[in-house]
Design a protein around this ligand. Structure first.
Ligand code: NAD
Ligand code: TDX
Length: 339
């Protein structure tokens, strides 16, 4: 089986490459990534060094390179994760989000359709549904109502994929997961930022009242769901993927748990100005993937968070290098005007 993973040097993509290599050792995996600020080859370097996975540096918006690759390799399955993925960056500038997330997805599905890829898995997000009130869950038929430019670009790409299923009988499934956490997570998102800031004795900048709720999914559980969708998911269908029942928490509680696990004082928490149009709550109904594909999240939040904290403790050089580089200018820009 020939498999392409796009965004394979990013957080979820690199975890997926490790997972697929472990679970399906006979598969020939190509890891594709442009290596933007968020891509880091170190995430998959052990597999690359041992020649177990091959790497292609390519831009998914470059149709010539993408078509040449598909013509050469004739993939059976494509897992599409390459994206601009950070909401705060999309608020500063939306252009790259439309280019990569919308145009890049269109280039990939054109190539996958032309070169007869048997299965295309498009990795999307629960953010396309918008913001929930204090109760209820997003189901796969909840209308799309994205808030941020990031979420709008993901919604557009989902609809483009689903249109190919309807128009061309393209065999694609769309997955919409909740917030992931785990190893190799770029330290601009809440959990890795707060773990690493706490380790450095730096403030934990909590947006607004800290009561926005997210539903946390351990990245390995997510990878297991993606493999099931690739092998058994139905064409033209959307599958929500979410965490264990204890995973839905206000940011304030997640911050508290991180601080406690690292034995840091309450003074580290710093309330800062809110994100514009900050979605209040996300939570997904996962009945469909459970009933159809037998998938359920396995990792309780506290256990996953402990493993994640231990990983950041054991891999300081990985994140210290990121935080000392060009990422610093983004950090200063994002947090300097929040008061
Ligand atoms: P990430 O930002 O860590 O990784 C994205 C990767 O895509 C990076 O390695 C980057 O170099 C690569 N990339 C960006 N532009 C590219 C281009 N033009 N061509 C080729 N590669 C390019 O993101 P992530 O958190 O791993 O998210 C992966 C996917 O999952 C995204 O599609 C995202 O929307 C989705 N998702 C993420 C989460 C989450 O909690 N992290 C939740 C829901 C959905
Ligand atoms: O410094 C911070 N302080 C803070 O309070 C940061 C970075 C975030 N937050 C809050 C905002 C959110 O309520 O924490 C919550 C999580 O924020 P992010 O980690 O930026 O994630 P979110 O905006 O929820 O989006 C994530 O989940 C869905 C991913 O970044 C997306 O790629 C994914 O689609």
């Amino acid at each position: 089986m020939k498999v392409l993973v796009t965004g394979a040097a990013g957080f979820i993509g690199s975890n997926l490459v490790h997972f697929l290599h472990r679970e399906r050792p006979s598969w020939k995996i190509t890891a594709l990534d442009l290596l933007t600020y968020a891509g880091n080859l170190k995430n998959i370097s052990t597999l690359l060094d041992e020649g177990r996975v091959s790497f292609e540096k390519a831009d998914i918006t470059d149709s010539e390179s993408i078509n040449a690759l598909f013509e050469r390799d004739k993939y059976d399955i494509v897992f599409h994760l390459a994206a601009e993925s950070h909401v705060d960056r999309s608020i500063m500038s939306a252009r790259e989000f439309v280019s990569t997330n919308v145009m890049g997805t269109q280039v990939l599905i054109d190539a996958a359709y032309k070169y007869k890829v048997a299965k295309f898995v498009h990795i999307s997000t629960d953010e396309v549904y918008g913001s929930l009130g204090p109760t209820g869950f997003f189901t796969e038929s909840t209308p799309l109502d994205p808030t941020s430019p990031y979420a709008a670009s993901k919604a557009a790409s989902d609809l483009m994929v689903l249109s190919f299923c309807k128009t061309h009988n393209f065999n694609a499934s769309v997955t919409r997961c909740t917030n992931n956490y785990g190893f190799y997570h770029f330290p601009e998102k809440l959990i890795p930022l707060f773990i690493t800031n706490a380790m450095e004795g730096k403030k934990l900048p909590l947006y607004g009242d800290g009561m926005n709720v997210r539903s946390w999914l351990f990245v390995e559980d997510h990878c297991d769901g993606l493999l099931r969708v690739a092998e058994k998911g139905r064409a033209g269908e959307v599958y929500n993927i979410g965490g264990t029942p204890d995973c839905e928490l206000p940011n304030r509680d997640v911050t508290f748990m991180i601080r406690e696990m690292l034995g840091k004082s309450k003074d580290l928490i710093q309330p800062v100005g809110d994100r514009p149009a900050h979605d209040r709550r996300y939570a997904v109904d996962t009945t469909k993937i459970k009933n159809e594909l037998g998938w359920e999240a396995k990792t309780p939040f506290k256990q996953g968070l402990e493993k994640t904290v231990a990983w950041y403790n054991a891999n300081r050089s990985w994140w210290e290098e990121i935080k000392s580089g060009q990422y610093r200018s983004y950090y200063e820009k994002n947090y300097s005007n929040r008061g």
